[in-house]
Design a protein around this ligand. Structure first.
Ligand SMILES: CC(C)=CCNc1ncnc2c1ncn2[C@@H]1O[C@H](COP(=O)(O)O)[C@@H](O)[C@H]1O
Length: 231
């Protein structure tokens, strides 16, 4: 990302980096360590509002017309941030950008971090359901993400099924690492509305032809439906 002096997020992170130095180069597989550092740097409701606003404006500046933001609600004792405040801050950023006439249509997917297990996933879905009803259509779904080597997709199925039944869309990171065929089968059964990465679904990457066929089937069918509806 180019440094932009008007970008408040970059200025703030540059200042705070003195407390949490980031190495100049990090291998992709260490990205989850970087996320932890970012979480320490961005830890209040004001920070979330600022970061979400900057992200929206940067996408708009790149001429993106439709954006789905995904983010995991976090509570931080030290700053009084609650998960509810977190979602409110993202929604406020979307609304403020709209009011300012920023030329982009933004929606929000509330994310479940797979490392946090069944109970937190269920709480997240309840929060998303609440905001789906109160945000005037800005909260549209659930994203499943987090370190793919931690946690079991199976444990999150009840929460994901609940989300689906209440009308939330499902965007699921899956098969990001090898040997997750069983988990991918379970997640594809839901089925998801979008797949994140899916790198190892293919047989040559340790997945299987049946997984690939299921994905192709899922998305070609959706596409035909869209075409039929004239969209
Ligand atoms: C190839 C590779 C590992 C790319 C990164 N792929 C990802 N896979 C799963 N979850 C992710 C990925 N990138 C970001 N996330 C999730 O997004 C979080 C950071 O954004 P937020 O706190 O949800 O706002 C991370 O902690 C992680 O839970």
């Amino acid at each position: 990302m180019q440094k932009d002096p008007r970008n408040q997020t970059q200025n703030l992170l540059a200042a705070r980096q003195q407390c949490y130095p980031l190495p100049f180069y990090l291998h992709l597989c260490r990205c989850f360590e970087v996320f932890k550092v970012i979480h320490k740097l961005v830890d209040s409701q004001e920070d979330i509002l600022m970061v979400a606003t900057d992200v929206i404006k940067e996408f708009a500046a790149d001429n993106v017309k439709y954006l789905e933001l995904r983010s995991t609600p976090r509570a931080e004792k030290d700053t009084g941030l609650t998960k509810k405040n977190y979602v409110e801050a993202v929604i406020k950023a979307i609304q403020q950008c709209k009011d300012e006439g920023v030329d982009i249509d933004v929606r929000f997917l509330v994310a479940i971090d797979r490392r946090n297990g069944t109970e937190v996933a269920m709480e997240t879905v309840k929060l998303a359901e609440e905001f789906m009803l109160s945000s005037g259509g800005l909260v549209v779904g659930i994203d499943l993400s987090g370190d793919p080597t931690v946690g079991r997709g199976r444990d999150l199925l009840p929460a994901l099924e609940k989300a689906r039944n209440s009308g939330l869309k499902l965007s699921l990171h899956m098969s990001e690492v090898p040997s997750q065929r069983e988990e991918s089968e379970l997640l594809l059964n839901l089925p998801p509305d979008r797949i994140g990465h899916g790198t190892f679904l293919h047989p040559e990457m340790g997945g299987s032809q049946s997984l690939v066929d299921r994905v192709v089937d899922l998305y070609i069918t959706n596409l035909l439906l869209l075409v039929d509806l004239g969209e």
